[in-house]
Design a protein around this ligand. Structure first.
Ligand code: SF4
Ligand code: SF4
Length: 435
């Protein structure tokens, strides 16, 4: 694609990288074929190619965003299915991040939108606030019909129970059966995940400890920053990124880290992008690059570094039929698709890909809260496709997808790591208790 940035504009590192990305696009439109919003809405501007043109026009012509542009960019899920399909290697992820940041700087959203987005940016990354809002929501739930539609939808999406944590909160979880750990990793425990699904982190820690790996959870690292990043709130996101990078890097230098483990693929995708985000920051670029290099999805780490010891007992001998939901951030963002399935296969169970598995379930960070109508349609399609397989349960690697999918079906759904933990000596996951 021909671009027309001026020399002056290209002094800006983000414009420079946008230009590089735009030049790779050959307008072929293959990406539209696998874009969930294009498939659903049929509008060129709701597909990747159309959005690329919108962003190009804003950036090249120094145009402030307007209502129309914001509508189509906001509808993008950041699922990156288009990146998997694109034959020219267009990095849509970096382009849309730049586009969102430009919108945030040049467009004043209506008051109600600003309020909701600020609310999400304040509450979701903070487990204490999230818990408080969660309990308040339980109280107002019976009166939700008094609220405007968006708030109603948000209330209905809030979890109705907050499981108790079973593992004590510690900075270091050491393997009990070994004097010297075989490896030392940091775990990103996350923000919302720690409140709504603490069992995912607990299964991860147990599993790693059982295989001789020490797990550290450095104080101060909570949210990965992707929530603000995807809302276009770059200053806030960068503050979180810098804090995380500094804490992990210090731990790496002082005591050594073999990896930084993410068990939420959405967060893992952002951590792996820290290096790019800080590419021109003299103070942070080296540290950020190191953090990105150290980051591994839990399934990736297990596959590459751990000889898993599977233990059969009376409970887990059954031959289950499992549907594997490949989260977009996992398959398109991190290009990890077969690894989790191969790990699950090692448990002796049958694993099946969900038809049209490249399409998003509608979760996509805060998407199901901000674009509820589209998210619901995508969820409906996802459930139809899951039910075609008639599985006994669903496994996936992202807490957002777990929450979204469990809103549409009674088929149990759990994190891949809970399953692997169970088959290597951990407890039976609570969600499977009736199977
Ligand atoms: S990220 Fe997903 S929703 Fe956005 S343009 Fe690409 S395929 Fe479409
Ligand atoms: S598939 Fe790639 S090259 Fe083709 S229009 Fe989409 S982004 Fe551009």
């Amino acid at each position: 694609m021909e671009t027309n940035f001026s020399k002056e504009q290209l002094k800006d590192k983000d414009n420079k990288s946008a230009e590089k990305i735009l030049r790779k696009c050959v307008h072929c439109g293959f990406c539209n074929a696998t874009c969930p919003t294009y498939q659903l809405l049929g509008d060129e501007l709701d597909g990747p190619r159309g959005r690329i043109y919108l962003i190009k026009d804003m950036l090249e012509n120094k145009k402030p965003a307007n209502e129309k542009i914001v509508k189509h960019i906001d509808r993008c899920l950041s699922c990156y299915s288009c990146m998997t399909t694109c034959p020219s290697g267009v990095n849509y992820m970096h382009l849309i991040d730049h586009g969102r940041s430009h919108i945030e700087k040049t467009y004043k959203r209506p008051f109600s939108q600003r309020l909701i987005r600020d609310f999400l940016s304040t509450v979701l990354p903070n487990p204490t606030y999230f818990k408080i809002i969660g309990f308040l929501t339980l109280i107002i739930k019976p009166f939700q019909f008094f609220f405007p539609k968006t708030i109603r939808e948000m209330i209905s999406l809030m979890p109705i129970r907050f499981p108790k944590k079973k593992l004590p909160k510690m900075k270091v979880y050491s393997p009990t059966k070994r004097k010297k750990p075989v490896a030392r990793v940091a775990l990103l425990t996350g923000c919302v995940q720690t409140v709504i699904s603490p069992q995912i982190n607990e299964a991860t820690i147990r599993l790693l400890n059982r295989h001789g790996i020490e797990v550290v959870v450095p104080k101060g690292v909570v949210c990965c920053g992707s929530l603000d990043h995807h809302l276009g709130k770059n200053d806030l996101a960068k503050k979180t990124f810098k804090k995380n990078i500094s804490i992990w890097h210090e731990e790496y230098l002082k005591k050594g880290l073999d990896a930084i483990i993410s068990n939420t693929s959405g967060c893992g995708t952002t951590l792996k992008d820290y290096g790019f985000i800080f590419r021109s920051d003299e103070d942070f670029k080296k540290k950020a690059k190191k953090i990105s290099e150290l980051t591994k999805d839990i399934t990736e780490y297990l596959d590459e570094n751990v000889k898993l010891i599977f233990i059969n007992n009376k409970e887990n001998k059954k031959n289950y039929k499992i549907a594997y939901h490949s989260a977009c951030s996992m398959q398109h963002g991190q290009k990890i698709h077969n690894t989790p399935k191969d790990l699950i296969k090692k448990t002796g169970n049958e694993v099946f890909d969900i038809p049209d598995g490249h399409l998003c379930c509608g979760s996509a960070g805060t998407y199901n809260l901000l674009q509820n109508d589209i998210a619901k349609k995508l969820l409906k399609e996802k459930i139809i496709n899951i039910e075609k397989l008639d599985p006994q349960f669903i496994a996936t690697g992202n807490v957002g997808c777990i929450t979204q999918i469990s809103n549409g079906t009674k088929i149990p759904i759990l994190h891949t790591v809970e399953l692997i933990d169970w088959y290597t000596g951990g407890p039976k996951p609570e969600v499977l208790r009736k199977l």
